[in-house]
Structures are given as structure tokens and as C-alpha cells.
Design a protein around this ligand. Structure first.
Ligand SMILES: *Cc1c(COP(=O)(O)O)cnc(C)c1O
Length: 372
């Protein structure tokens, strides 16, 4: 094994492996059966929803959910610029117009006032994305959206176990989506889910992810669907991991406390907020933003860390600057200074659940030298 310290490594325990083995031994390999429902039910319960629809990844969850809202040319969708491309793909495919909002420089989440001010009579959807362990301040947006009848969805891919004013992220708005990619708090390697209380929407999504067979006649099709099924053994891994969610979050918190202590005296970096009025950071990643006075960008430090055997990742690169917008006639976008600043100066450092104290010390020491 190499001594490289990866930015994030999933922790798969013997209990996880035993449960997956049990499910496979019973013959549940495909995307059907009791172990799929079990994971869907457990996730729904975690987020106080009535329905869970498992899919093959978090991007797919966003895509079929947004597809089900029947957007088209002329419709506007409000979303943060500072997020992953997965939030944007289906908006573009549907021909709707993305309306990008900037982020708050401290919470790194979408700016609530900007969201509210961006609403027009063409707004057909608002996508709230919780970033790096802190939630969006949702209440003001949910209130305005409800008054105007605009659907709101929550991308909670980074927010397993996170709460907003004491209520679970993933429980707000029309529906929420999760990812279970290898670096998320709960992982199944690849996997995703939509959660909702809307029975009709849930049934529609269940059909869409499973080739949209006609309910009365299998292999007969009235609707164009996909195969986005998540396998039973992936679901089993998720169920097994969910049992450990509290200890997973505790470990992330310990790592973050260690890094905070190591770096809090440096004025060359901005650390994540520990909490806001409405939430406590659960540190899905440990991000840092370099001071523009001292650094060109995060690239140099990330390169040096890599040479020292330490993994890191840049922050999201803002969506409103993505070259692909040009193919959709959307290349003209107003500047969003905070998103651009976060994308340029932000990066995150190793916080995998299996990281050792020795590795943490190594990271703190090497990062400390580079930012001092
Ligand atoms: C990881 C992530 C996704 C995408 O999930 P995949 O399972 O990798 O497709 C979507 N949104 C956010 C905010 C994410 O962090």
C-alpha cells in the first residue's frame, strides 16, 4: 500500500461486508426486492418522508426529478453557481434557462436574498443545494416559493444527517435528492435517491427509473423512461452504513476539530464556519479558502500537497463560467464574485473516515508549512 493520504476514502466495515454478503447469498443481486425497499424506507424515515426512490447515482436522482417537472424553453430555474454540474444538466437538456445566484462568502451556500430577488413569473423551480456541511438558510425561500406556488427541491447529496433548525435536511420542499457516492457520508460506492411525500410524484419516478413499463402490461410503453435502478447489494451497503451514521458524523467532527485547532491562528486561510443561527456544520468535507492577498489561487498549494503525498480537491468551479453554456446560447452571464472567489481559492484536505492520527498530524504539519 502506498503512503499517499487520499482526500477521502470510504470506510467499509466487516458489518457492511457481512450484510452485503447475506443479501447476495440470498440471491438478491438486481435492483428489486426487499433490500431495495429496506434502504428506501430507512432513508425516508431519516428524512421524515413517506417515499424513497433509489436510483443509480445522485446525478440521476436530480435528473429524473427535474425531468418530472416538465420544464421547457422559457421556463427559469434558480440554482447556485457554486455547485456540481449534476444540478444543471437536466435544466439544459429540457431547454429551460438556468438563473445562477451567487454564494455567501462565509457559509459558501447560495445567497438567500439573491434567490428571492431572482424570482420572476417565469420561475418554475428553485434548487437548494447544501454545501460542504452547512445547509442553505431555507425558510425565507420556502415561504416566498410557497406563496407563489413555485416548487422547491433540495439537493442533499452532501447533507446526510445534517439538520436545519433541528429538522433533517432532505425533509424540505417538494422532494429532495441524495447521493451515495464513495466520498459521501453514507456510501454505496455509487447510488442515489429521491425522497418525497407526494405519492403521485413518487409513483411517476419509480416508473421512470424502471423503463416505464405500462402498469397493466409489462413490456408495453406509453412513456419514455430510463433504467436507473440501484442494485439490492448496494442498497444493503447503504442500510448497513445508516446504522453507523452518528459515529460517521462524530468522526468527521473530530477531524474538523483537529484541523480547526491546527489552522485557526493562520490569517492566510478562511476556515469553514462552525455554525450559523440555523445549523451546526457537520463537515462533510474540510474546506479552506486561501487569502487572495497571499496566493494566486489554490492550484500551487494543491500541487505541492500532491508532491508531498497528500490528496486534496479544488472547490467547485462556478457553473455560470462553464464553457458548455456556450452550446446553449447561455455564455453571457453576469459576474458572481463570491462563487468565482471560492472556485479559485478554495480546496479541501483529507478527512476520510479511515484516516489515522498519524496521517492527520502529517496533513496539519505540511499544510501549515505551505500556508504560513
Ligand atoms: C456528489 C453530489 C452530487 C452528485 O452525486 P453523484 O452520485 O456523484 O452523481 C450532486 N449534488 C451534489 C451537491 C453533490 O455533492
Amino acid at each position: 500500500m502506498s503512503s499517499f493520504i487520499p482526500v477521502s476514502e470510504p470506510l467499509i466495515t466487516l458489518d457492511d461486508i457481512n450484510y452485503v454478503q447475506k443479501v447476495l447469498t440470498e440471491g438478491w443481486a438486481s435492483g428489486e426486492g426487499p433490500y431495495v425497499s429496506e434502504f428506501e424506507d430507512k432513508m425516508s424515515k431519516l428524512c421524515k418522508r413517506t417515499q424513497g426512490i433509489s436510483v443509480s447515482n445522485g446525478t440521476a436522482a436530480l435528473e429524473i426529478l427535474i425531468h418530472s417537472l416538465n420544464l421547457g424553453p422559457g421556463d427559469e430555474v434558480i440554482l447556485p453557481s457554486f455547485t456540481i454540474i449534476s444540478c444543471l444538466t437536466q435544466i439544459l437538456r429540457s431547454g429551460a434557462t438556468p438563473i445562477f445566484v451567487d454564494s455567501d462568502a462565509q457559509t459558501w451556500n447560495m445567497d438567500v436574498d439573491e434567490v428571492v430577488n431572482s424570482i420572476t413569473e417565469r420561475t418554475k423551480l428553485i434548487i437548494l443545494v447544501h454545501i460542504y456541511g452547512l445547509p442553505v438558510d431555507m425558510d425565507p425561500i420556502l415561504k416566498v416559493a410557497e406563496d407563489l406556488g413555485i416548487p422547491v427541491i433540495e439537493d442533499a447529496a452532501e447533507a446526510h444527517g445534517l439538520t436545519y433548525k433541528g429538522e433533517p435536511c432532505g425533509s424540505f420542499g417538494l422532494a429532495s435528492t441524495f447521493s451515495f457516492f464513495a466520498n459521501k457520508n453514507i456510501t454505496t460506492g455509487e447510488g442515489g435517491m429521491v425522497l418525497t411525500n407526494d405519492l403521485a410524484l413518487g409513483q411517476q419516478l419509480k416508473s421512470l427509473k424502471n423503463l416505464a413499463h405500462h402498469p397493466a402490461q409489462r413490456f408495453s410503453h406509453e412513456v419514455l423512461g430510463w433504467n436507473l435502478r440501484m442494485t439490492a447489494y448496494q442498497c444493503a451497503l447503504g442500510t448497513s452504513q445508516l446504522v453507523r451514521l452518528d459515529s460517521i458524523l462524530k468522526k468527521r467532527n473530530e477531524i474538523a476539530r483537529f484541523y480547526r485547532e491546527a489552522f485557526e491562528t493562520f490569517d492566510s486561510v478562511q476556515l469553514p464556519l462552525e455554525k450559523t443561527e440555523y445549523a451546526v456544520n457537520n463537515y462533510w468535507v474540510f474546506g479552506m479558502v486561501l487569502s487572495p492577498d497571499k496566493f494566486e489561487s489554490s492550484k500551487g498549494i494543491q500541487q505541492s500537497l500532491n508532491e508531498l503525498g497528500i490528496g486534496s480537491r479544488p472547490f467547485f468551479q462556478p457553473l455560470h463560467k462553464q464553457p458548455l453554456l456556450g452550446h446553449f446560447g447561455l455564455s453571457k452571464q453576469r459576474p458572481l464574485p463570491n462563487s468565482e472567489y471560492l472556485g479559485r481559492y478554495g480546496f479541501y484536505i483529507p478527512n476520510g473516515l479511515g484516516i489515522s492520527d498519524y496521517q492527520l498530524n502529517t496533513v496539519a504539519e505540511k499544510v501549515g508549512k505551505l500556508i504560513s
